[in-house]
Design a protein. Structure first.
Length: 110
């Protein structure tokens, strides 16, 4: 019985390990966005569209913070965010009219 309990606890711990690293509701993850301004990822916006964390993790993004090094050229080539933000599944990231949907420049003086 003790062996079963240990195995069950390990399975549960592994199953929920990804959730501990996910962006919880009401929180965001910020990424450097170069001259265009930082990019703030809000998991809530994606969840409201019906997406689950594992739709992107680990298929598109790794779970370890800082492990994904993206450039806009990668996104425009259909990698990372560009997997969906290609104009068919979601707004096209390479369309200059959409820059401000992700990139936010800091207010002057900050």
């Amino acid at each position: 019985m003790k062996k079963f309990t240990i195995i069950a606890a390990l399975i549960i711990a592994v199953a929920f390990a990804g959730s501990a690293m996910a962006v919880p509701p009401g929180k965001t993850a910020d990424f450097k966005g170069g001259a265009m301004g930082k990019v703030t990822f809000d998991g809530k916006k994606h969840a409201e569209k019906g997406l689950k964390c594992n739709d992107c993790h680990t298929k598109i993004f790794q779970m370890k913070k800082g492990s994904t090094k993206m450039k806009m050229a990668d996104i425009n080539a259909g990698k990372f965010c560009g997997t969906c933000h290609d104009g068919t599944k979601a707004f096209k990231a390479s369309d200059s009219a959409n820059c401000k949907k992700c990139h936010k420049k800091a207010a002057a003086g900050y």
